[in-house]
Design a protein around this ligand. Sequence first.
Ligand SMILES: Nc1ncnc2c1ncn2[C@@H]1O[C@H](COP(=O)(O)OP(=O)(O)O)[C@@H](O)[C@H]1O
Ligand SMILES: [Mg+2]
Length: 228
Amino acid sequence: MSLIAARDLSKTYRMGETEVEALKQVNVEIETSSFVSFVGPSGSGKTTLLNLMGCLDKPTSGVLTVDDTDVSKLDTRMAAAFRGRTIGFIFQDFNLMPVLTVYENVAYPLVLVQKTGARERKQRVLDLLDAVGMADQRDKYPYQISGGQKQRVAIARALVTHPKLVLADEPTANLDHKTAYRVIDIMKRIKNELGTTFIFSTHDQKIVGEAEIIYTLEDGELVKGGVK
Ligand SMILES: Nc1ncnc2c1ncn2[C@@H]1O[C@H](COP(=O)(O)OP(=O)(O)O)[C@@H](O)[C@H]1O
Ligand SMILES: [Mg+2]
């Protein structure tokens, strides 16, 4: 059973008289525990597709199921609850909270959405900080660490609720090449350890080679893709 199935998935943005077809009849299936990348130039529809998969936006037409749920049918509140249970997010600009320490940033999603006890919470946060190599930096604030370190903290934060799916929209766009590879490698290792499905987008042809399954988007169309 696929974790994600898109059938003829389309998204058109309307702004007054203007229409932009950001996604055109995309068909794709993604299995549980895969490491997938969507590559394509700026404007090809990567963010639009990841936003639909993350239930942050709704398709104009077509069907999209995530974890057996038809996500186009969820209202705003149900979508928020579904996201909290099922999906972790990693962003291009890290999105850490500046007033929280590294430790507090990772703990935050648990405080927000889940009823985890204090002891369990601490264990999860420390285990994940360990997994991304940031345990010794846990009392620092975001301004005191590098971009690569911020993204490692963001990976830990995305995983703390034990989501089935992690969506990362251009997670390496603000990192140098060496750091970018390190970040992707950490995601791949965690995928192998926990069985979490990772989907990341990139416009960088070198980084995309790290994925196990690569799909290429061009002008909103899936032009090629599949297992390497
Ligand atoms: N909120 C929006 N309103 C109108 N047009 C949009 C919006 N978001 C994206 N687009 C357009 O949709 C197309 C795909 O954009 P996007 O999904 O952001 O691509 P990518 O992430 O690959 O750069 C582009 O032409 C973009 O200008
Ligand atoms: Mg984008």
